[in-house]
Design a protein around this ligand. Structure first.
Ligand code: LCS
Length: 399
């Protein structure tokens, strides 16, 4: 499978890559629910630690069930290797810990998932790293922010929660033209590798919250880092094993392998549902603005069309109503669930300023273009008529 995998289609690879032989011939890779692995001798244990003999040692560095999903994600992202982590934040922190030391600088887009923003704006800076936040879509902003000390350019696209679309190739080209060793890191959570592959567009590293579309069933917290083998080996051996310890459990790897089998067909349905819901929302008189990369009226439409194979399942809206009325309206939803997270079978609705992005101050929210009333919708896999009917009844009293 390893040698021929590139020739197979995406849906075939999401099912077959990484599978390993097991003694019982089980169709699904078994869960190696073990913390440690037996050695035949002291000498063998020593050789495995020294890396002179291949084989498992302990499940923090590696585990067969986890390695299997790493191989899948590396293949789906067209990367050389991947490291599975306990969460998206585990993937992001391990990546940053292995990319900067005190005195280095990071340039990051200002619109990020709230905890990523908190890590970059409040935590990593305490270790002597300077982080400059810019709007990467503003002409000249990246150029102005880059310095000889810049080691990382970091962004999401589409961004959480405004769906701002950033041109991956343009940013990677500009950063690398300034200094080829700058690590361009893209959080591909909102797309999954089915819709967008940043490494093909010039990014060096992809990070994921696999909690979302990659797993897809709302029952796991997980993450991945994908990139060149040399970097992933370093993220594994030091970023995860020595620094944050955020390793994925074998059971979660099993659930992800199960979720991945349907990634492509789930994404197609998420996209189809979101396209219809976005069009309905845009036509509704109570809706002030719809943020969806697939709407021609949306600023990021042309870039999204260029770098994504479809427009995703995430939509944000602003109503022509004050904060209290917006909250009261969302509270009326019956089928859709008020919850953070995204990419699940269930349609999830949340208020960014008070939930996922409550790590931003009011000024920072304004700077990042996250309006106080922004409501984010993760369009689920239900029948679209039922999703729309739920919004219709919730919006019934709005003028
Ligand atoms: N990156 C993005 C773009 C995210 O949306 C999230 C979580 C993370 C990284 C972190 O991943 P985790 O550690 O949770 O696996 N986003 C969330 C959200 O929008 N609602 O709840 C969590």
């Amino acid at each position: 499978m390893e040698n021929t995998e590139k020739k197979l289609g995406f849906s075939t690879r999401q099912i077959h890559v990484g599978k390993f032989k097991n003694s019982a011939g089980a169709l699904c890779d078994p869960i190696y629910q073990t913390s440690t692995f037996a050695f035949d001798s002291v000498e063998q244990g020593g050789a495995r630690f020294a890396g002179t003999e291949a084989g498992y040692v302990y499940s923090r560095p590696a585990n067969p069930t986890t390695n299997s999903v790493e191989a899948k994600i590396a293949s789906l992202e067209n990367g050389e290797a991947a490291m599975a982590t306990a969460s998206g934040m585990g993937a992001i922190t391990a990546t940053i810990y292995r990319s900067v030391v005190a005195g280095d600088e990071i340039v990051a887009d200002e619109t990020l998932y709230g905890c990523t923003f908190a890590f970059l704006s409040k935590e990593i800076v305490q270790l002597g790293v300077k982080v400059t936040f810019v709007d990467l879509n503003e002409p000249g902003a990246l150029k102005k922010a880059l310095t000889e000390k810049t080691k990382v350019v970091y962004f999401e696209t589409p961004c959480n929660p405004t769906l701002k679309v950033i041109d991956i190739k343009a940013v990677a080209d500009e950063a690398h033209a300034f200094n080829p060793s700058i690590r361009v890191v893209v959080d591909n959570t909102f797309c999954s590798p089915y819709l967008q592959r940043p490494l093909d567009l010039g990014a060096d590293v992809v990070v994921h919250s696999a909690t979302k579309y990659i797993n897809g069933h709302g029952d796991v917290i997980a993450g991945f880092v994908v990139g060149k083998k040399e970097f992933i080996d370093d993220v594994r051996a030091i970023g995860v094993v020595h620094m944050n310890g955020a390793v994925m459990s074998p059971f979660n790897a099993f659930l992800i392998a199960r979720g991945l089998k349907t990634l492509s067909i789930r994404m197609e349905r998420h996209c189809a549902n979101a396209r219809k819901l976005a069009a309905w929302l845009e036509a509704h008189p109570a809706v002030k603005k719809v943020y969806y990369p697939g709407l021609e009226s949306f600023e990021g439409y042309e870039t999204a069309k260029k770098q994504m194979s479809d427009f995703g399942g995430m939509i944000s809206i602003e109503l022509k109503a004050d904060k209290a009325t917006t909250a009261a309206t969302i509270n009326k939803l019956k089928l859709c669930t008020i919850a953070v997270s995204l990419g699940d079978a269930e349609t999830l609705v949340e208020h960014a300023a008070s939930m996922t992005h409550s790590t931003y101050s009011a000024e920072e929210l304004a700077e990042a273009g996250i309006s106080e009333g922004l409501v984010r919708i993760s369009t689920g896999l239900e029948d679209i008529e039922d999703i729309i009917a739920d919004f219709e009844q919730a919006f019934a009293d709005l003028k």
